[in-house]
Design a protein around this ligand. Structure first.
Ligand SMILES: *Cc1c(COP(=O)(O)O)cnc(C)c1O
Length: 428
């Protein structure tokens, strides 16, 4: 059996039918924005490998830090023990995060960081003597991960998990905020969506522990950009009812929207923040749940006292070393000019797609470029075309999109946008 034959016979791939997996490329290496196939051909990683590889693949600062870490301490348990990479990463994070975000819980993946955040919120409410607050509020169109509790706050209809609705705990869904990023904010609470939020939080404040949102950009739920004032209003309403505000910045964190964090567009700080994906620059799985000191102290002073979670590989030193190196690169600040350039160039080069018959909308924010189609796009078409266009894209639902590495050159980015417009032309 060739490796591809073995793969097709024995391995699962994400969101893929084992009986009809579609075209599959065997990748043998990666450097910068480029992926190398077994046949020697190269393609640009227009996905940053699911939005993670912001500095490009195999960045020497990150691989170097990981290699050095491998020589001394690849792993040790985090219960009762600590290590220098965990502290170094923590220092980088505290330096980059807004004031108030002070307590870091390291986890293995984004979905786990959501589980931890939801659990933290429930434990905090118990600690405050507000018993019975086990439910969560969120907006439609969200995506928060694939584990059970995370699934329960994903969009109940259009999300990937509509399939499981009968098996999931019931949560409270509000309409997706209507007002887009960049539009004028109407003060009428019916028009701006805050009226519905106010009503829900008022009626259900006895049973809701937290409101969870992806700030500004809903990622896998539809690549939708909404108005920062919704977050300001949500912050005030949560405070009014003693409901915690959780921001899921797993997709948006670390520069992707043109600000270091999407919440910076609104100047709003949550009680609990989830980070993942680009945290290690796409080099190894890792995530974190960050809480305010108030949340941490509240749980600490409760009858339970301890936060009831602890992954086996919590704070894995290799991942911490990669994270510290990646955040060190971000701290140098080049990402700001890079994402601004990417935004301007994508806005120019994707605009012609608006005239294609199959296209519903084109939108760009920071280093996120989206061509939304009228019909659902078959990702297999993009997978099959990739060797020809030299661009790796994986469209999702109606969206042909890119989230390129920030280090992409103008010529390479033009190659990505051409491939997207061509795909939109063909798929329309
Ligand atoms: C990817 C993602 C997650 C889940 O992260 P995993 O590392 O895949 O578990 C959660 N929330 C958002 C917004 C994401 O984009």
């Amino acid at each position: 059996m060739t490796p591809l034959e073995f793969d097709a016979r024995h391995l699962w791939h994400p969101y893929t039918n084992v009986l009809n997996p579609g075209p599959m490329h065997l990748i043998t290496g990666a450097e910068g924005v480029w992926l190398t196939r077994e046949d020697g051909g190269k393609m640009i990683d227009g996905m940053s490998s699911w939005w993670c590889a912001i500095h490009g693949h195999r960045h020497p600062a990150i691989t170097g830090a990981m290699a050095r870490q491998l020589e001394t301490l690849p792993h040790v348990m985090f219960g009762g023990l600590t290590h220098e990479p965990a502290v170094a990463l923590g220092q980088q994070m505290i330096n980059l995060l807004p004031d108030g975000m002070d307590r870091i819980f390291y986890c293995d993946s984004g979905s786990v960081s959501i589980e931890v955040a939801l659990k933290m919120a429930v434990q905090y409410q118990m600690a405050m003597g507000r018993t019975g607050r086990f439910e969560f509020a969120t907006i439609r169109g969200g995506y928060h991960g694939d584990t059970w509790k995370a699934m329960s706050v994903c969009d109940p209809v259009n999300g990937m998990h509509g399939l499981f609705s009968g098996a999931l705990s019931i949560q409270h869904f509000l309409p997706r905020p209507d007002v887009r990023f960049g539009e004028d904010w109407p003060n009428d609470p019916v028009e701006n969506g805050l009226g519905a939020l106010a009503q829900l939080l008022e009626e259900k404040s006895d049973s809701i522990a937290a409101l969870i949102l992806e700030p500004i950009v809903q990622g896998a739920g539809g690549m939708y950009f909404y108005h920062p004032d919704y977050l300001r209003g949500a912050r005030a309403l949560c405070d009014q009812h003693g409901i915690l505000l959780i921001f899921d910045e797993i997709a948006t964190g670390f520069g992707r929207t043109g600000k270091l964090f999407a919440m910076d567009h609104a100047g709003v700080v949550p009680d609990i923040l989830c980070l993942g994906k680009a945290l290690t620059g796409g080099h190894i799985s890792f995530a974190a749940t960050v809480a305010t000191e108030d949340v941490a102290q509240g749980i600490g002073n409760s009858a339970a006292g301890v936060m009831m979670h602890g992954p086996t590989y919590m704070a894995n030193p290799l991942a911490c070393a990669a994270g510290a190196a990646s955040l060190g690169l971000l701290a140098q600040g080049d990402w700001q000019a890079q994402t601004a350039m990417i935004e301007a160039q994508m806005a120019r080069e994707l605009a012609p797609a608006r005239d294609l018959p199959g296209v519903a909308e084109v939108r760009v924010l920071g280093a996120i470029g989206v061509i939304e189609m009228k019909e659902v796009v078959d990702p297999e078409i993009a997978h099959r075309l990739a060797p020809e266009t030299g661009v790796w894209l994986r469209p999702f639902n109606h969206n042909i999109y890119t989230m390129p590495p920030f280090v992409i050159s103008p010529d390479e980015l033009s190659q990505v946008t051409s491939a997207m417009v061509a795909l939109a032309g063909g798929a329309g």
